[in-house]
Design a protein around this ligand. Structure first.
Ligand SMILES: Cc1ncc(COP(=O)(O)O)c(C=O)c1O
Length: 405
């Protein structure tokens, strides 16, 4: 028996112990340009890699981390990821994933009803979920074009391109939401994409439009999990969609790559995007072939925290965004892009000349930048329940010129 494929308690303890060390001053990894002829051994490889992989990574759970839609992950998901890697189940085939397939079905069955959907499957991200949904739209509803707002994620135009569909972009209003008045009147051959939580602004498109087109897809990659919280009503109307994409690796605090493609009529949608190779016991549904058991980490998190535990953390994040919004709104030297709808706060100094100075002073990982209609803005995203925004506020205060008396 090859020992490298056996349980090595000491080796795994070493890997976990390395996680607890401080490698923050470690230098970048330097490797030979040639593939090694002889291996150094697993323990030595761990020791070599730990300083750069662990020390060089962005710390998404740090108190200053408040910039992107990428959350820290709870430790139970680290444990599940370890189990998954050791078991290497392949959900393509029931024989290679007898339990893992059931787990994915269970997770989907628990979450789909929050969106008014009756089923679906997991994908490695919402780009793939969006592509899958528009593929189903083309097959089930015969759509020939995709209509989305100018604030929609780039994966929409990409999916339309891949599927050979026309792509039309609808202007956004002053809040960053689709301007419904600018929609073309005839949507009988269209997939209407409504975004719930636009990437740049967090804006929610008018979801009451769901059902007006041949197919409505809601891209709820970011804000979808609000449905599990006291903010569920901010996504009212989503239940009339034909399909919904939700990223679990955003506001469900999952390791990448974890997302859901959900459908109102999942049997019909799945049948439309299935292929049955002769060697498969069941048809292959969706874009992926082989894929792993990411649902186990999500199942473990849902069991460990329950809906309330998820809601509590999202609501805490929404509170952090609210505090940031209040700070910006109360300071006459700053300007808010619009009222934050989903934990994304977009702001800038009124004096454009200060933009770069503020940018240089902000703590690393605290703030991202975006450009809306050619104007530069700062953007904070409340994905990290551990964020301490007083640190961010103090650094902004430190660089702004003194207030006029
Ligand atoms: C609104 C929206 N849709 C889709 C995506 C793509 O998701 P993923 O990166 O999981 O493919 C993102 C990513 O940020 C997003 O913000």
């Amino acid at each position: 028996m090859d020992k490298e494929f056996q349980f090595d308690s000491d080796g795994l303890h070493q890997a976990v112990e390395l996680m607890s060390r401080d490698f923050s001053s470690a230098t970048a990894l330097s490797l030979d340009s040639e593939l090694p002829q002889v291996g150094m051994g697993s323990r030595a490889a761990l020791n070599l890699l730990a300083p750069s992989i662990l020390g060089g990574a962005a710390r998404l759970g740090e108190a200053t981390s408040f910039a992107h839609m990428d959350p820290p992950t709870p430790w139970i998901t680290w444990a599940m990821t370890l189990w998954n890697a050791s078991l290497n189940q392949n959900l393509l085939h029931p024989a290679t994933a007898p339990v893992a397939r059931r787990i994915e079905e269970q997770v989907v069955a628990w979450l789909a009803p929050f969106f008014g959907m009756n089923g679906g499957h997991m994908t490695p991200g919402s780009s793939v979920a969006n592509l899958t949904a528009l593929w189903a739209a083309r097959e089930c509803a015969g759509i020939t074009e995709v209509i989305a707002s100018a604030g929609a994620h780039l994966s929409m135009a990409k999916a339309a391109h891949l599927l050979g569909l026309k792509y039309q972009s609808v202007p956004i209003d002053a809040k960053g939401s689709m301007d419904a008045a600018r929609l073309p009147p005839d949507l009988s051959k269209s997939a209407l994409v409504l975004t719930a939580g636009a990437t740049s602004t967090g804006a929610i498109d008018p979801l009451h439009l769901a059902g007006r087109a041949a197919w409505t897809h809601v891209d709820a990659a970011w804000a979808g999990p609000l449905r599990l919280s006291k903010y569920a009503n901010s996504l009212a109307g989503i239940e009339a969609a034909d399909s919904v994409a939700v990223s679990a690796h955003k506001w469900l605090f999952q390791p990448k790559e974890s997302a859901l493609a959900l459908f109102k009529d999942s049997a019909k949608a799945h049948a439309a995007v299935s292929f049955g190779g002769a060697y498969l016991a069941t048809p292959n549904v969706g874009v992926l072939g082989s894929h792993g058991a990411v649902a186990t980490a999500l199942l473990a998190t849902l069991l460990a925290w329950g809906r309330e535990g998820i809601a509590e953390r999202i609501e805490h994040c929404m509170g952090l965004a609210r505090s940031m919004r209040d700070f910006v709104a109360a300071d006459e030297r700053l300007e808010l892009y619009a009222e934050p709808q989903t934990g994304v706060v977009v702001w800038r100094p009124k004096d454009e000349g200060l933009f770069d100075r503020v940018l240089q002073q902000l703590p690393v990982g605290s703030t991202s930048t975006t450009s809306i209609s050619g104007v530069r803005w700062f953007r904070n995203v409340a994905a990290n329940p551990n964020a301490d925004i007083s640190l961010l506020i103090a650094s902004i205060e430190g660089v702004l010129p003194a207030r006029a008396c």
